[in-house]
Design a protein around this ligand. Structure first.
Ligand SMILES: *[C@@H]1O[C@H](CO)[C@@H](O)[C@H](O)[C@H]1NC(C)=O
Ligand SMILES: *[C@@H]1O[C@H](CO)[C@@H](O)[C@H](O)[C@H]1NC(C)=O
Ligand SMILES: *[C@@H]1O[C@H](CO)[C@@H](O)[C@H](O)[C@H]1NC(C)=O
Ligand SMILES: *[C@@H]1O[C@H](CO)[C@@H](O)[C@H](O)[C@H]1NC(C)=O
Ligand SMILES: *[C@@H]1O[C@H](CO)[C@@H](O)[C@H](O)[C@H]1NC(C)=O
Ligand SMILES: *[C@@H]1O[C@H](CO)[C@@H](O)[C@H](O)[C@H]1NC(C)=O
Ligand SMILES: *[C@@H]1O[C@H](CO)[C@@H](O)[C@H](O)[C@H]1NC(C)=O
Ligand SMILES: *[C@@H]1O[C@H](CO)[C@@H](O)[C@H](O)[C@H]1NC(C)=O
Length: 468
C-alpha cells in the first residue's frame, strides 16, 4: 500500500470530524411554530445556541457530490456515491503479482461483511458526510434566520441548496444508484441501506419550510421552483427504484427513516395528501411491530450498539409523528400490535444504562416526548436536570421541544448572560418581541451541553456509519 494511501487511512481512522454542533439523528421542526415568533423566554439560551451552531455548521460549505477523489462506476461526477461501512476486501485469491492500487482493490477483490467493524477507507469518498454537514447547516441557518432575521443565515441556505442540488457544475443527479456500494466485482452498484444516507432531507425540509413561511428574500421563487423540479425527479426515483422499495420494506430504523424522508420531500413539493398517505402507511405498517409490550424495540436492541439504535429509531418515530401532526395525522397515541406507543419506547429506553455508549443521544428524544405527552410528574424534567445539570435548556432542540419545563434554569442564565447581538441588530426573540437586548455575564454555562456533545463527537460521527 502506498504511503499516501496509508496516510489517508490513518487520517480517516484517527481524526473524526468533531463538530461543534449536535448532529441530531433526525427531527422535524414545525414551520408554524417557527414563524409565529411566539417563543417562551425560557428558549432564549437555545435560540442563542442555534445561532452559534448555524455559524459552526456553515464551516466547510458549500458542499457538493462532485467533491470526491474518485467517480462512481458510471463515470458521471454528478452521481452520489458512498461505500458500505462494514465491508472489507479479501485479495488473497485474486492472483495479482504486484500491489493493487486503491481503486483496483475496490473493483477487483471480493468484499466480505464484518458486522460492526467499520472500514475506515469508506470515508475516502465522503458524499455521505458532506450531505450530512449540508443538511445540518440548512437546518440551523434557517432557524437562526427565523429567530433573528439576519440575511447572513438565509443567504447561506440558498447558497448551500444551489450548490448541492442545482448549479450546473456541482449538482447531484436525483438518484442514489451508487449509495452504500459493497465494492468488489459484484458490489459496483448501490444497496438499499444507502437510502438512509439522505435522511437529512427532513432537516432540509424543516429549514426550507421555515424560510418559505417567513418569506425570506434570499429564498426566491426561481430557486424554489428549480428545487421543486429536482425533488420531484428524486421522489420519482425514491418511490420506484428497486433498492428504494427494499429500504421501504425494512422493518427496523431503516424503514422508519425511509418514511421520514419521503414524507418530508412530499411536503417540500407541496404534496400534502402524499405526505398524509406516507405517514399513515408508516403508522399502519412497520410501526405496528416496532415496540414490544414492555416498550423495548427488539429490532434495535438486537444490534451491535443497542442504546444508540433505540434512541435512533425513537428519533425516527418522533419525526414521523411530527410530520404527521403537521398534515393532520395525529399518531402520538397510536398503539402498536403490543398496545404500546412512542412514549412507551422512550420510557423503556430511559430505564436502561448506556454502558459504553454515548448516553446523550437519548436526551433530545426525552425532551421531545415530554413536550408532546406532557410531564405532569416532572419525570422527564428530573431525568434531564440530573443527567445534564440542567444544561438541556441550552440545547438547540429545547427551542422546538416546547412546552417543556426549564426548571427555572433558563431565566437564571438569561439574566446573567450577555446575548451577543447578531448583524441584524436584534437579540433572540422572546414572546414575539424582537430587538430586546439582555446584558449580564458569561455564556459558558449554557454551552456546557453543547460541549458535552462535542466531547462525544467521535461517537456521534461514528454513528453515521452504522447504517447496515
Ligand atoms: C403563544 O404560546 C403560548 C404557549 O407557549 C400560548 O398559550 C399562546 O396561546 C400563544 N399565543 C399565540 C398568539 O399563539
Ligand atoms: C454568527 O455569524 C455572524 C456573521 O459572521 C455574526 O454576525 C454573528 O454574531 C455570529 N453569531 C454567533 C452567535 O456567533
Ligand atoms: C478470502 O479468499 C480466499 C481465496 O479466495 C478464500 O479461501 C478465503 O476463504 C477468503 N476469506 C474469507 C474470510 O472469506
Ligand atoms: C496483491 O494486492 C494486494 C492489495 O494491494 C496486496 O496486499 C498484495 O500484496 C498483492 N500481492 C502481491 C503478490 O503483490
Ligand atoms: C417487499 O416485501 C414484500 C412482502 O414481503 C415483497 O413481496 C416484496 O417483493 C418486497 N419488495 C422489495 C422491493 O423487496
Ligand atoms: C393521548 O391519550 C391521553 C390519555 O391517555 C390523552 O390525555 C391525550 O389527549 C391523547 N393525545 C392525543 C394527541 O390524542
Ligand atoms: C442521577 O444521575 C446519576 C448519574 O448520572 C445516577 O446515578 C442517579 O441515579 C440519578 N438520580 C436520579 C434521581 O435520577
Ligand atoms: C447568576 O449570577 C448569580 C449571582 O452572581 C449566581 O449566584 C448564579 O449562580 C448565576 N447563575 C448561573 C446560572 O450561572
Amino acid at each position: 500500500m502506498s504511503l499516501r494511501t496509508s496516510i489517508l487511512l490513518l487520517l480517516a481512522a484517527t481524526i473524526p470530524a468533531v463538530h461543534s454542533y449536535i448532529n441530531y439523528a433526525n427531527d422535524f421542526v414545525n414551520p408554524n411554530y417557527v414563524v409565529s415568533k411566539n417563543f417562551s423566554a425560557t428558549t432564549i439560551p437555545a435560540q442563542y445556541t442555534i445561532q452559534q451552531w448555524a455559524n459552526a455548521s456553515a464551516d466547510g460549505g458549500p458542499w457538493s457530490v462532485t467533491s470526491k477523489p474518485y467517480l462512481a462506476p458510471s463515470g458521471d461526477k454528478h452521481d452520489y456515491m458512498s461505500f458500505g461501512p462494514y465491508w472489507w476486501p479479501n485479495c488473497t485469491g485474486v492472483g495479482n503479482t504486484t500491489e493493487l492500487s486503491q481503486q483496483q482493490i475496490w473493483t477487483t477483490c471480493p468484499y466480505i461483511s464484518k458486522d460492526g467493524q467499520f472500514n475506515p477507507d469508506a470515508r475516502v469518498v465522503n458524499n455521505i458526510g458532506d450531505f450530512d454537514s449540508m443538511s445540518n447547516a440548512v437546518l440551523y441557518n434557517s432557524l437562526a434566520w427565523s429567530i433573528i432575521g439576519d440575511s447572513v443565515y438565509s443567504s447561506r441556505v440558498a447558497t448551500f441548496i444551489k450548490a448541492w442540488f442545482l448549479d450546473p457544475d456541482t449538482f447531484m443527479n436525483p438518484n442514489l444508484n451508487y449509495a452504500q456500494m459493497q465494492r468488489g466485482p459484484d458490489g459496483q452498484t448501490g444497496t438499499h441501506t444507502g437510502i438512509l444516507d439522505l435522511k437529512g432531507m427532513t432537516k432540509i425540509t424543516s429549514g426550507v419550510l421555515a424560510l418559505r413561511a417567513g418569506k425570506a428574500a434570499e429564498w426566491t421563487s426561481d430557486l424554489d421552483g428549480q428545487f421543486v423540479d429536482w425533488l420531484n425527479k428524486y421522489i420519482g426515483w425514491l418511490t420506484t427504484a428497486n433498492i428504494a422499495l427494499q429500504e421501504k420494506n425494512a422493518t427496523n430504523n431503516h424503514g422508519s427513516f425511509y418514511f421520514n424522508q419521503l414524507a418530508s420531500l412530499q411536503l417540500l413539493v407541496n404534496d400534502k395528501s402524499g405526505a398524509q398517505t406516507t405517514i399513515e402507511e408508516y403508522f399502519n405498517g412497520i410501526y405496528l411491530g416496532q415496540i414490544a409490550a414492555n416498550g423495548d424495540q427488539p429490532l434495535e436492541t438486537a444490534r451491535t450498539r443497542p442504546y444508540h439504535y433505540r434512541a435512533y429509531n425513537l428519533a425516527a418515530m418522533i419525526t414521523n409523528a411530527r410530520l404527521g401532526e403537521y398534515v393532520g395525522i395525529i399518531a402520538w397515541n397510536k398503539t402498536t400490535t403490543a398496545g404500546t406507543t412512542i412514549q412507551s419506547a422512550c420510557d423503556y429506553a430511559m430505564t436502561l444504562p448506556a454502558g459504553s455508549e454515548d448516553p446523550t443521544e437519548l436526551y433530545p428524544d426525552i425532551a421531545a416526548v415530554a413536550s408532546q405527552y406532557g410531564d405532569p410528574n416532572n419525570k422527564y424534567r428530573d431525568f434531564l436536570v440530573n443527567a445534564t445539570q440542567s444544561g438541556y435548556v441550552a440545547d438547540a432542540s429545547f427551542f422546538w421541544d416546547q412546552p417543556f419545563s426549564d426548571n427555572g434554569f433558563a431565566a437564571a442564565l438569561t439574566k446573567n448572560d450577555t446575548i451577543v447581538s447578531s448583524g441584524g441588530g436584534s437579540s433572540p426573540s422572546t414572546g414575539g418581541t424582537q430587538g430586546k437586548s439582555t446584558s449580564g455575564v458569561d455564556p459558558r454555562s449554557w454551552r456546557a451541553w453543547g460541549m458535552l456533545y462535542s466531547a462525544c463527537g467521535i461517537v456521534m460521527v461514528a454513528s453515521l456509519f452504522e447504517f447496515l
